[in-house]
Design a protein around this ligand. Structure first.
Ligand code: ADP
Ligand code: MG
Length: 238
């Protein structure tokens, strides 16, 4: 597990400022949700933590390491995407083991780690299936399994549930939270859905137009919104 410290982080695309000097302290083992309207910079911030985007200013640390200049694979993070593209010609087991295959892990180690992750995610009966024989929720679980086998210090999620129907979305929220309880790993979760934020977060970071409007627990934001934007965003139904 590791903390994630974001200090005065800026992102510019050419002359366009999309993240304006943001500070967030994410604690070891915390489940933090970044929420805000489409285009406010959530994915950009997450991708900077992951190392998929260069930062234009400021510092990002994971644990006690400044990671600004480290490539994604050296950051001990794992990102779960909305488009959880699985390899169609591989089984669930092979999909989950693939990053370990690339890293040269032994057959035994791969089998053990895949088994552990599959047990956590309820995928044991599905290990021999191909992705096309899975439901949307099962595919999402395989995508999470691919992250778990890598033992990351920090999980990053970018709107992982937005392709699922409403019922499945509710179920998967619960599953991701129980994964968090089980692993205790720091998780940073991006959504534009305030219900998702309110039901899942230890703390919520409310963003708008590249700045942070407020950081707090769901109850703090609900009881004491700092401004009209937060009140409206948190209080209005989805
Ligand atoms: P969110 O995830 O909150 O919807 P993003 O982080 O994807 O928002 O985008 C924030 C802003 O940055 C948007 O205005 C978007 O158009 C802009 N943006 C994102 N990626 C790029 C890029 N590669 N080049 C230029 N502008 C970008
Ligand atoms: Mg986004």
């Amino acid at each position: 597990m590791a903390s994630v410290t974001i200090e005065k982080v800026v992102k510019r695309y050419g002359s366009l400022d999309v993240v304006h000097g943001i500070d967030v302290d994410i604690r070891d083992g915390e489940f933090v949700v970044l929420v805000g309207p489409s285009g406010c910079g959530k994915s950009t911030l997450l991708r900077m933590i992951a190392g998929l985007e260069e930062i234009s200013g400021g510092t990002i640390s994971i644990g006690d390491r400044v990671v600004n200049d480290l490539p994604p694979k050296s950051r001990d993070i794992s990102m779960v995407f909305q488009n959880y593209a699985l390899y169609p010609h591989m089984t669930v087991e092979e999909n989950m083991a693939f990053s370990m295959t690339l890293a040269g892990a032994s057959k035994e180690e791969k089998a053990r780690k895949v088994r552990e992750a599959a047990e956590i995610l309820g995928l044991v009966p599905l290990l021999a299936r191909k992705p096309k024989a899975l439901s949307g929720g099962q595919r999402q679980r395989v995508a999470m399994g691919r992250s778990i086998v890598r033992n990351p210090q920090v999980f990053l999620f970018d709107e992982p549930l937005s392709n699922l129907d409403a019922k499945l979305r509710v179920q998967m929220r619960g599953e991701i939270k129980s994964l968090h309880r089980r692993l205790g790993t720091t998780m940073v979760y991006v959504t534009h859905d305030q219900i998702e934020a309110m039901t899942m977060a230890d703390r919520i970071v409310v963003m708008q137009k590249g700045i942070i409007e407020q950081i707090g627990t769901p109850l703090e934001l609900y009881d004491r919104p700092q401004n009209a934007f937060v009140a409206q965003f948190i209080g209005s139904p989805a």
